[in-house]
Design a protein around this ligand. Sequence first.
Ligand code: NDP
Length: 327
Amino acid sequence: APYLAAADRYESTGYRRVGTSGLILPPISLGLWWNFGDNRPFDTQREILRHAFDHGITHFDLANNYGPPYGSAEENFGRMMRTDFKAYRNELIISSKAGWDMWPGPYGNLGSRKYILASADESLARMGLDYVDIFYSHRPDLDTPIEETIGALDTLVRKGKALYVGISSYSPERTAQAAAVAKELGTPLVIHQPSYSMLNRWVEDGLLNTLSEHGMGSIAFTPLAQGLLTNKYLGDDSATPAGGRNSVQAHLTEENFAKARALAAIAESRGQSLAQLAIAWLLRDGGVSSVLIGASSTAQLDENLGALTNTSFTSEELDLINKITIP
Ligand code: NDP
């Protein structure tokens, strides 16, 4: 049957402004890094994306090399755009990126104008879109002039291929430089996509301040430490990542498990699961604009959406979390 989005989809999550821009995002956004390539059944992907949109998740985050294999997440998403979401294009914020390795040779990586413009065209073709809502420089490239990288983003906006532009994983210093260049060009950077979780708090050392100085917002990636900050691995030695994602292993250390267990106790005292606490904490006052989760099932999505019923924290709770998570 053709997909008809739930009529009450805008009634539950609420929405948040990104910095001082006109861009509005849901508090929880869905990333297609790992569970939307050719490694997972198309019908499962479709079920998750429909479920997300039916529950007010209007933002799907992609990149040129999401899969596996590279490009396949954008291809699968493009198929879903044609079959399911075509009528809803104006209700969606779709993002893509270039900056990590995509194709062989010197022009398929990092931050050159050559790479960014070619890659953006390929992403649009795979997704079957005329434009993306947000296009990111996926990582800093210290060997390419910042004017060139940010200039390429400005070109995408002027050509109508992106509505907004942003950067990912730039240091506070590089972010300030990029924001100044973008402003000069007349295409402000509106959003930064950094890694950020209770166990990875680097953004608090300058980046969040830099963003607010420049009117920029933020969207936190890997907020659940790829599953460590959930009940998935706690007390279950046999749990394995969906779709063969081995990068999670790096997080699964005894030290991290001890922290996760202590955090799970705080979650319980708040009537939340560990995943819900991890998400709610990122959305606390002074936190991020949106939390960019991954999910391999609609059950995970439902649990994570449950975080939104309680995103406020007492100072005692915040202190306790700091004691556990700040080395
Ligand atoms: P998360 O930290 O949210 O990890 C998601 C994984 O955690 C899921 O795939 C699932 O693992 C597990 N999980 C989620 N919810 C639950 C739950 N309720 N119970 C149990 N397990 C759960 O984020 P990701 O690392 O997946 O990154 C999210 C997005 O961020 C990416 O899709 C991408 O869009 C973006 N990103 C951006 C980067 C950048 O450089 N800009 C880098 C990395 C990510 P499983 O699949 O094994 O079931």
